[in-house]
Design a protein around this ligand. Structure first.
Ligand SMILES: [Zn+2]
Length: 181
């Protein structure tokens, strides 16, 4: 059983694995880890309003990895803990997302020599669905990164956020690819 969790504020710990690393240094950045069974997880620090590491399963594989969630800053391991019976294939340290609320440049932002770093946007899985604004009743096909919440979408009709819901309408790929934004 492989265990993965965060420690300090810049380390991702790997236990029970033959992977080349047993610790990934990732100050201010998220880490994405791929497993042989197809699972992909992302690990980062901190949670919203909580000095605890989070783990998110981005892709579910055949080995059915599990997250033990932690919401206690004072726990010995103040981190969600991911467990899986599948070996690690590779990892990547992700560039920080541009956050307009965060004016402070990340310290220590220079990539390590030879570190495998890619922009998050490039590889983020996307979700496509028909959505509708309940304020102005406009419908459109929305393409967004997985993890972006409907409540944060801006309506192109009235410019408001918070009113966007999914219609559940089935869409074909060619429809949204031809959609102009
Ligand atoms: Zn609207």
């Amino acid at each position: 059983m492989i265990r993965i969790y965060g420690a300090s504020d810049d380390l991702v710990e790997i236990e029970g694995s033959k992977y080349k690393e047993d610790e990934i240094v990732c100050f201010g950045r998220d880490v994405r880890i791929w497993f042989e069974d197809g699972t992909v997880i992302r690990v980062g620090y901190p949670k919203r309003d909580l000095a605890v590491w989070w783990v998110e399963i981005e892709c579910v594989g055949s080995a059915e990895g599990k997250i033990k969630y932690c919401n206690d800053e004072d726990a010995d391991i103040y981190s969600d803990i991911f467990e899986i019976d599948s070996e690690i294939v590779k990892h990547q340290i992700l560039l920080p997302l541009h956050d307009p609320n965060n004016k402070e440049p990340a310290e220590d932002a220079e990539p390590e020599e030879g570190a495998n770093i890619i922009p998050i946007e490039e590889k983020m899985p996307h979700k496509v669905s028909e959505v509708m604004c309940v304020r102005c009743v406009r419908r459109w096909i929305d393409v967004r990164s997985v993890g972006v919440q409907l409540k944060d979408l801006v309506c192109p009709g009235c410019g408001e956020t918070g009113g966007v819901i999914e219609t559940g309408e089935e869409i074909r790929e060619e429809e949204w690819q031809n959609e102009s934004h």
